[in-house]
Design a protein around this ligand. Structure first.
Ligand code: PLZ
Length: 456
């Protein structure tokens, strides 16, 4: 039986409350300690330190309560302290925190694989392997594809983000900050044009035509029979929440199938109810050969996975896949609990509700701005609780990164945590926890609207 989101309950008061001066003294002291010991290469968008988090609220060490519209980059979909996840973690940790599945296996790993094989698209025979991070899942999906096909080339897309390890840096499109000076990069990675409806030269190009454009380039530059895998985020995350034109993904996956190319959907950011379906490919009925998952999968614990066609995964020799921590027992317990919460509270429906509520408000704002001669919202897009607005110089399509930064800063000042993204740094993205209350979400959206109006 499912219950409605109205029956969600919270431990911390779900209310924004900010002192005029923050970071407060405790966060400032921590920032000083940090500067002396933590490498400068790791930066944080928000200068306060967290003490507690629940539902749609993050509370800092000085008692400020922020509205969380980022979910730790799409991770805490069930909240940062979902009672079911917390209880499962506590129970699992009481028994054992680690044994290594490659040494002495345990049930949790098998149970997670059963759930992922059930929830991922397609009713073909599937196999699953568990890892720790999204990048590690991507690396392994490519390993499997190369072994199973005996081919080398991997196709990725413009605006793609797949991680920060060597191969996944190569797959990632954006140089700064992800790649600059970190090379040389892994070979045999080819980049193809994405379907990016807002920025197409020909605004009438269909999804199928955009797929054909990429396929023609693959055929010319690589040859379809040389390609091991095509990897794509069905909705691109860091690159700007780009939703390809309808028909793009189905055409690409159909062509891949025809050529014996492994079609990998990177659902690290878009998976697990985020878009109002279990996976973003579900919106167009696309069935990937391998799907990569992480982030939302385990309610905040580090866990990632690849699930794919049994014939591909089982082609790998015993011992060919693994890792010390992959499928850690505490993380597996958290994943089983998080999936339970998603089903119990029907978080897919909740994500669709968030979409409806937010899009209405954002479109009103766009019209209001246009009427006042400040049309800085170039595009509003996304699905479910993975929504974005692309900011431009008024009346053009010129990216407006300065405004984007100013808006995020203005929101933070009012106690609303908002993330930005995009190849051109001009996209505001909304990734609230799916358990956020309507009141809190509306409050956050109103702060966002005011910040855009004030800075436009
Ligand atoms: N694939 C689609 O979104 C991670 C990265 C933030 P890891 N996205 C957030 C940052 O600046 O590091 C991501 C993703 C997609 C792969 C990854 C990589 O996942 O768990 O960060 O390795």
């Amino acid at each position: 039986m499912t219950t409605t989101a109205n029956e969600l309950s919270y431990r911390i008061e779900q209310k924004r409350s900010i002192n005029a001066e923050f970071p407060g003294p405790k966060s400032q002291a921590l920032n000083e300690r940090r500067a002396a010991v933590v490498a400068a290469g790791v930066s944080s968008g928000v200068p306060v330190y967290v003490e507690d988090a629940d539902g749609g609220i993050i509370r800092d060490v000085d008692g400020n309560s922020f509205i969380d519209l980022g979910s730790g980059i799409a991770v805490t979909s069930v909240g940062a302290s979902d009672p079911a996840v917390v209880a499962a973690v506590q129970e699992a940790a009481t028994h054992f925190t680690h044994t290594c599945f490659m040494v002495t296996p345990y049930e949790g790993y098998v149970a997670v694989a059963e759930q992922l094989n059930r929830l991922t698209p397609g009713d073909h025979a599937k196999r699953t392997v568990l890892f720790n991070s999204g990048a590690e899942a991507v690396e392994n999906a490519v390993k499997v594809a190369r072994l199973a096909t005996g081919r080398d080339a991997v196709v990725a897309f413009d605006h793609a983000y797949h991680g920060r390890t060597n191969l996944t840096m190569a797959l990632t499109a954006k140089a700064m900050p992800y790649k600059t000076n970190f090379g040389p990069f892994a070979p045999e990675v080819y980049r193809m044009p994405m379907s990016y409806p807002f920025r197409e030269e020909n605004p009438d190009i269909t999804g199928a035509e955009a797929a054909r454009r990429a396929i023609t380039m693959i055929e010319k530059q690589i040859g379809g029979d040389q390609v091991a895998a095509i990897i794509i985020e069905p909705i691109q995350g860091e690159g700007g929440f780009i939703v390809p034109a309808e028909g793009f993904l189905p055409a690409l996956s159909a062509w891949a199938k025809d050529k014996g190319i492994v079609f990998i959907a990177d659902e690290v950011q878009s998976g697990f109810c985020r878009t109002g379906e279990w996976f973003a490919v579900d919106h167009e009925g696309v069935v990937p050969d391998i799907i990569t998952m992480a982030k939302g999968i385990a309610g905040g614990l580090p866990l990632s996975a690849i699930t794919g066609r049994a014939d591909l995964l089982d082609a790998v020799h015993p011992g060919g896949l693994g890792g010390t921590y992959g499928g850690n027992p505490v993380a597996c317990a958290a994943a089983l609990a998080a999936i339970g919460t998603m089903e119990q509270h029907d978080l897919n429906a909740r994500a669709r509700h968030i979409e409806e509520l937010s899009l209405g408000k954002l479109r009103e704002l766009q019209a209001e701005l246009a009427a006042s001669g400040a049309s800085v919202i170039g595009d509003i897009r996304g699905r479910g609780a993975m929504l974005a607005i692309e900011l431009v110089q008024a009346g053009s399509k010129e990216p407006n990164a300065d405004l984007t930064k100013a808006v995020a800063a203005a929101c933070l000042k009012e106690g609303v945590i908002i993330l930005t993204c995009g190849t051109y740094g001009n996209v505001i993205r909304l990734l609230p926890p799916l358990v956020i209350s309507d009141e809190l979400l509306i409050d956050g959206l109103e702060v966002l609207a005011a910040a855009i109006k004030a800075n436009a």
